[in-house]
Design a protein. Structure first.
Length: 317
C-alpha cells in the first residue's frame, strides 16, 4: 500500500533516508536538507509548498519512500528522493511501485511532465526507462570547492544586471542553442523553457543574474543561485563562443568570491565548448548525470454538439 507520509512514519523515513538516492542535484547540492526534514515541511501532498511525500507500506512495515516537488508556476514536477537504494533488498520492487504511483498521482494533479536526474548508465536509469522516462540530455557537473578571496571583475562594458524585460531574449537564446528534442522535453513548446532553476519560494535561496548586452540585444546571460550550502551558475548563450562563456563564468565567480561554499556549473553534451572554459577557471569534474523526462497524459474536457430530435424552428414570415 502507498499512502501519504505522516508524522508516525518519521522513524521509518529517518532510517530509509540513509540508503536512498537523490534524483535532483539542485536541491541536494544547494540546500543539503534531509528527506525527512523536507517531508515535514508539507504533510499534505501538493498543498502550499507543492511537495508530495509517500511511503510504501507492506505487512513488514514501511519499505520505501519517495518525494516529488512541483516546479513554481509550471505544470511539472521533479522527483527529489527515493529510498531504499535499488541494490537493497526489495529495492527494485520499491522503485517500480513508488515511481508508478508518482506517475499516476502527478497526472491526477494536472502535471504534464516529471523530471529526474541520475548517474549515467545505471540500473536506476533502466528502471525509469521501463516506466516511460526518456533521456533527453547528459551533462557533466563541475565544481569549484574553494573560491579565492578575490576574483577580478571582467572589464567589459556590455555586462549589466539582468532585468525582467531580458527574459524574452534569454528565451530566444535557449531556442537557438538547445536542440529541438531538449526544448520539447523541457516544455519550450508550452512557452515555459528552463530559464531559472526549479526552486520554490520557501526554499530560502537568493537568485540574481547578469547579461551581456549591446544596446537592446542580449548575447548571453548568467544566473547565480545561492543556497545555504552551495551556489550554482546557470549560463545562457552560444556555448561555442568561448570568449562569451569566459566572460559570464568569470562574472559569476567574481560575484561569489570569498564565499566558503562550493560553486557548481553543468555543461550538457551539446554545450561542449563550455568545458574548456570551466577548466580554465578552476572548475573540476564532480559527476556525470543523465537528465530524464516522463511526459504525462493530460485529461481534457471537450464539449461536443448535441442534436435534439423532433425540434422544429419556425422562422417569422
Amino acid at each position: 500500500m502507498i499512502r501519504p507520509f505522516g508524522l508516525t512514519d518519521m522513524l521509518a523515513v529517518r532510517r530509509l533516508q540513509r540508503m536512498g538516492v537523490w534524483l535532483d542535484l539542485f536541491h541536494y547540492l544547494l540546500l543539503r536538507r534531509s528527506a525527512l526534514t523536507t517531508a515535514m515541511i508539507a504533510p499534505v501532498p501538493w498543498v502550499g509548498a507543492g511537495l508530495a511525500s509517500y511511503v510504501w507500506q507492506s505487512q513488514q512495515g514501511i519499505q520505501g519512500f519517495v518525494q516529488m516537488l512541483k516546479r513554481p508556476r509550471r505544470y511539472e514536477a521533479d522527483l527529489l528522493f527515493i529510498a531504499p537504494d535499488i541494490q537493497q533488498s526489495l529495492g527494485e520492487t520499491a522503485w517500480e511501485q513508488l515511481l508508478a504511483y508518482c506517475i499516476e498521482d502527478a497526472g491526477r494533479h494536472g502535471m504534464r511532465r516529471i523530471f529526474a536526474s541520475l548517474p549515467e548508465g545505471t540500473a536506476e536509469t533502466d528502471v525509469l526507462s521501463a516506466l516511460g522516462f526518456a533521456i533527453y540530455s547528459n551533462e557533466d557537473v563541475f565544481v569549484v570547492n574553494r573560491l579565492p578571496k578575490a576574483v577580478p571583475a571582467p572589464q567589459d562594458g556590455r555586462l549589466r544586471l539582468r532585468r525582467e524585460d531580458d527574459i524574452w531574449w534569454l528565451r530566444r537564446l535557449y531556442s537557438i542553442y538547445a536542440p529541438q528534442p531538449v526544448q520539447h522535453a523541457e516544455g519550450m513548446s508550452d512557452g515555459e523553457g528552463p530559464l531559472v532553476l526549479p526552486l520554490a519560494w520557501w526554499e530560502l535561496t537568493h537568485q540574481h543574474g547578469y547579461v551581456v548586452a549591446n544596446g537592446n540585444d542580449i548575447y548571453g546571460g548568467v544566473q547565480l543561485v545561492s543556497g545555504r550550502c552551495g551556489h550554482w551558475l546557470l549560463v545562457h548563450g552560444d556555448p561555442a563562443n568561448q570568449e562569451l562563456m569566459a566572460l559570464l563564468i568569470q562574472q559569476g565567480l567574481h560575484t561569489m568570491a570569498g564565499n566558503r561554499w562550493p560553486v557548481f556549473c553543468a555543461a550538457r553534451d551539446y554545450q561542449g565548448g563550455m568545458r574548456a572554459v570551466l577548466y580554465d577557471h578552476g572548475f573540476e569534474p564532480y559527476t556525470r548525470r543523465s537528465r530524464l523526462v516522463k511526459h504525462l497524459a493530460v485529461r481534457v474536457k471537450a464539449a461536443e454538439p448535441a442534436t435534439v430530435s423532433a425540434m422544429v424552428v419556425e422562422r417569422p414570415g
